[in-house]
Write a protein that binds this ligand. Sequence first.
Ligand SMILES: NC(=O)c1ccc[n+]([C@@H]2O[C@H](COP(=O)([O-])OP(=O)(O)OC[C@H]3O[C@@H](n4cnc5c(N)ncnc54)[C@H](OP(=O)(O)O)[C@@H]3O)[C@@H](O)[C@H]2O)c1
Length: 253
Amino acid sequence: MEFLERSAEIADPLVPYLDVDRSQPRHECWVTGHMVAGLDGTAAINGRVGALSTAPDQALFRRMRQIADVVMVGAETVRREGYAPIRLDEDAQAQRRARGQSATPPVAVVSRSLNLDWSGRVFADAPADARTLIITCETADPSRLAAAEQAATVIIAGHDSVEPAAAMRALADLGHGTILCEGGPRWLGELVAADRLDELCLSVSPLMGGDPLPVSIAPPGAGLAQFELKSTMIEDHTLFLRYEAATSDDSHA
Ligand SMILES: NC(=O)c1ccc[n+]([C@@H]2O[C@H](COP(=O)([O-])OP(=O)(O)OC[C@H]3O[C@@H](n4cnc5c(N)ncnc54)[C@H](OP(=O)(O)O)[C@@H]3O)[C@@H](O)[C@H]2O)c1
């Protein structure tokens, strides 16, 4: 065991995340999860994430979207958090354009029910080069599917539910190599169970007492997934942990 001690100040906390080589995913594309938890593991306070996220976490959360070809999120998080199209500062947009990406990444919403407000900002205000995507399944309600097609670009990935592997294949086929998943816990748990989470950026907020909702909810029958700690940062009392899916069998030894 070793102490992790506070050391030199990091000039720009995004740089360690920008420097990660995500060009060799284990599967269809590289999937990064970005979540915040309380000390008791809670993922929300009164159904929202805002009060859980400290100022440095909020700043990093917004900027992390720069790494993404697509920002993917479960429908319940969109309903509760009132998602809007992704915004980035001018520098970040210019860097993305220089790399051949859209100035901002599109949002991809995962939903079986398609019970979504199609006039909401995430659909109505999306720029033409980053139209919002809906990832759904074959058994989705046809009239809601027709409404979804008016408001977004629809991807069908699975029969009764969205299958993570099929969804990632479809995104990869559209040229999206790096997917940033912002939750929520149910959709993240499905990705983990399907071995589709390559990286987890987890902020630990210095509080307890939120909702009894962990950052990832494993579907029934899911096995354990092992990760390796790659970096740690701290600002004030918020801890920033970066893990990658374990590549060796002895990561839990
Ligand atoms: N701490 C954090 O970093 C963080 C991050 C995000 C969210 N949150 C919090 O988490 C809560 C919401 O999380 P949640 O776990 O309840 O919801 P979620 O994962 O955001 O969304 C769940 C919904 O996604 C769709 N979905 C998930 N898996 C699917 C599949 N395989 N096929 C088809 N659709 C699928 C379904 O949508 P339909 O119901 O439309 O079919 C399902 O109801 C909120 O309180 C939010 O504030 C916290």
